[in-house]
Write a protein that binds this ligand. Structure first.
Ligand code: ZN
Ligand code: ZN
Length: 389
């Protein structure tokens, strides 16, 4: 019997867990019920549980044999602040909260692997099951790291996965090297001098300054970043003024930047400061540029990514696995864990349906046995029995 088939024997119970989590979504860093459920299941299956790692984070520890090697498997637990428009019986029971990114499925897939591994213990070493809070821009990965995640639970390699709508169920995609963008949000506050709109000579118009800054910012990606480097600056907000006949005192501009390397992001940020402040000065205005929380690019370790691709191919067949898929400009805070420990973040097929963050999105329960089996296979191949690392 294949690993997928072995775990599929638990499919009904795992599906019930996934749908219960889906019906009770919680926002980042306040996943109290979800964390309690995760801890309860792990305990029930004989796994050592550590709660409160990075506020609501949970780590399960499972050992077998006497091997010194350790592997980390990570899932995220948080939902999004949005209204669910779907009508499944397990739809969100909490207004304005929705599992629209499938983290309910990720948590369940890792629970499925934990249950199987606790039952079979067909490995030699230590597995750390890392249930992370607050992935959706809430800093959950950093919170766990600052709480000593890898000092308390050292790992030789770490792996995580995200579901991908439109990729068929049972298929996997991996990207060696830089795989997802880093970046962040920015806000610019421009201060001029308010005046009557009919007497512009009495003021300094911050709206005009904002327009020049927005235009000049678009020169950064085209003129200061190498054409070989993926990079984006999108200005998504201009706010200024209330009346047709008043030149306002201030105007605000906001948006996001993305890039595939820390160096490119730093260069882009320096250029944004230079342009914003000097364009404003050229008009006699001032501008203050502030960056919100930034996230680093996600970089997959090539060796561990090849290992994960081989493991996936052994599980579902080579034609179901793309070991060299193109990078994407989305972001993911597992990047902070991969910055500390080599590993890989892969994508698992969620089948046809709405895209991530859509109000009718739903995780596909048919994907659970594949995700759980891949997590379990990574453990069995990374910590093989009969050998000590
Ligand atoms: Zn998301
Ligand atoms: Zn997500």
């Amino acid at each position: 019997m294949s690993l997928v088939e072995a775990i599929a024997r638990d499919a009904d119970e795992l599906t019930a867990i996934r749908r219960d989590l889906h019906a009770h979504p919680e926002l980042g860093m306040v996943e109290h019920r979800t964390a309690a459920e995760v801890a309860r299941f792990l305990q029930e299956w004989g796994i050592e549980v550590h709660r409160g790692v990075g506020q609501t984070g949970v780590v399960g520890v499972l050992r077998a044999g006497n091997g010194a090697g350790a592997i980390g498997l990570r899932a995220d637990m948080d939902a999004l602040p949005m209204h669910e428009a779907g009508d499944a019986p397990w739809r969100s029971q909490i207004a304005g909260r929705m599992h629209a990114c499938g983290h309910d499925g990720h948590t369940t897939m890792l629970l499925g692997a934990a249950r199987y591994l606790a039952r079979t213990r067909n490995f030699n070493g230590t597995v750390h099951f890392i249930f992370q809070p607050g992935e959706e821009g809430c800093g959950g990965a950093l919170a766990m790291l600052q709480d000593g995640l890898f000092e308390r639970f050292p790992c030789d390699a770490i792996f995580g996965m995200h579901n991908q709508p439109d990729l068929p169920v049972g298929e996997f995609r991996l990207t060696p090297g830089p795989a997802m963008a880093g970046g962040g949000f920015f806000d610019i506050t421009i201060t001029g001098v308010g005046a009557h709109a009919a007497r512009p000579e009495a003021g300094i118009d911050p709206v005009l300054v904002a327009c020049h800054i927005v235009t000049a910012l678009q020169s950064i990606v085209s003129r200061t970043v190498s054409p070989r480097e993926p990079a984006v600056i999108s200005v998504t907000k201009i706010v200024g003024g209330d009346a047709h006949n008043v030149i306002p005192q201030t105007a605000r501009v906001g948006g996001t930047l993305r890039g595939m390397s820390k160096a490119v992001l730093a260069d882009m940020q320096a250029a944004m400061h230079r342009i914003t402040e000097n364009v404003a000065a050229a008009f006699g205005a001032t501008a203050v540029l502030a960056f919100g929380p930034t996230f680093i690019p996600l970089c997959n370790d090539p060796r561990q990514t090849a290992f994960a691709a081989e493991t996936a191919m052994a599980l579902v067949g080579a034609d179901q696995v793309d070991p060299d898929a193109p990078a994407v400009m989305g972001s993911e805070d597992f990047a902070y864990m991969l910055d500390r420990v080599p590993g890989s973040f892969l994508r698992i097929g969620n089948g046809p349906g709405e895209g991530l963050h859509h109000q009718r999105y739903d995780f596909n329960d048919a994907a659970i046995p594949y995700g759980s089996a891949l997590f379990a296979a990574l453990v069995e191949r990374f910590l093989p029995r009969g050998t000590a690392l």
